[in-house]
Design a protein around this ligand. Structure first.
Ligand code: ASP
Length: 305
């Protein structure tokens, strides 16, 4: 089977100044994931490698450089889902994990449960060999400044230089036909402490079913949750194609219809990436911009914002 990989770095009002950094980072994430897939590695390895690159880059709202909540603290959420078993590993409210996706994978592979939160999740991480960092180590200068501006005034997009969101995600299909989807986020800026959005919720921010496809979402979490967007998009991949519709047009229609539903019924904005079960990549968003990248059938990379 021909492997395939798609990544995103969030859908929002990405300012012009951040475009080059978003493109570069999505390219680096593709390179990290593709290195795994091209050498016959597994899709879970590939999504983890891609997401670690994006979490480590403070231009995105995940891992280091996540948004701060109303108390000035970072609370990260992450999920990875296996399209074969339909099992997920998810964690929410993390304050001491540099790479929350590593914990999501540990939960998927080594935990009898599918989702852990806060202290319990961090204890599981430690007990399973993941190092905990100090909460301050996740705070970037830009996000700390944005938080200070929001707390002196009131929360506003301008305080974040227009770069309000930037959840990251990846979907990969490997040469053995294994399909995994993953999402990692710091959530929304100035959120109430304890708030969990769509990202780590199975079916909302992420879904994978090898019989149909996999998706990772980004955008206004409270709206994405209303329409269970990742599962909705994957279910749209189960529809019959229109007459004469090729695989690319079919996959794009599934992505666009899911985002259409987000606007119509969720009354929200956001975007998603997906792979159909044979690896056809597609994306859609109704925000001004979304950062994304995928690998062409000839193994060249496309990145765009
Ligand atoms: N969906 C994320 C959340 O609501 C934010 C984002 O996608 O940037 O937590």
């Amino acid at each position: 089977m021909k492997p395939s990989l798609i990544v995103h770095g969030g859908a929002w009002d990405i300012p012009d100044e951040a475009v080059a950094a978003c493109n570069e980072s999505c390219g680096n994430a593709l390179a990290a994931g593709w290195r795994v897939l091209a050498s016959g590695g597994s899709a879970i390895e590939a999504v983890e490698a891609a997401i670690i690159v994006l979490e480590d880059d403070p231009v995105f709202d995940a891992g280091f450089g996540s948004h701060l909540n109303a108390d000035g603290k970072i609370e990260c959420d992450a999920i990875v889902m296996d399209g074969a078993s339909l099992r997920a590993g998810a964690a929410a409210g993390l304050q001491r994990l540099k790479n929350p996706i590593r914990l999501a994978r540990k939960i998927l592979e080594e935990c009898p449960h599918m989702m852990l939160i806060a202290d319990g999740a961090e204890r599981f991480a430690k007990d399973h060999g993941l190092a905990l960092c100090k909460p301050e180590e996740l705070v970037s200068e830009a996000e700390w400044e944005a938080y200070l501006r929001c707390s002196k005034d009131e929360h506003a997009a301008e305080h974040h230089r227009g770069h309000e969101q930037g959840t990251v995600g990846a979907v990969a299909l490997d040469s053995n036909g294994r399909l995994f989807a993953a999402t990692s986020t710091g959530g929304t800026c100035c959120k109430l402490p304890g708030r969990v959005g769509d990202s780590p919720l199975i079916g909302c921010g992420c879904y994978a079913d090898s019989e149909a496809g996999g998706a990772s979402c980004t955008g206004y979490g409270e709206a994405i949750m209303k329409i269970v967007m990742a599962k909705t998009a994957v279910d749209f991949l189960r529809r019959p194609p229109l007459s004469g519709e090729n695989e690319l047009a079919f996959a794009n229609r599934a992505a666009q219809d899911a985002v259409g539903l987000l606007a119509a019924r969720g009354k929200g904005t956001g975007g998603l990436i997906l792979l159909d079960r044979s690896g056809t990549p597609a994306f859609a968003f109704n925000t001004p911009r979304m950062a994304y990248g995928y690998v062409n059938p000839d193994s060249t990379f496309v990145t765009a914002v």
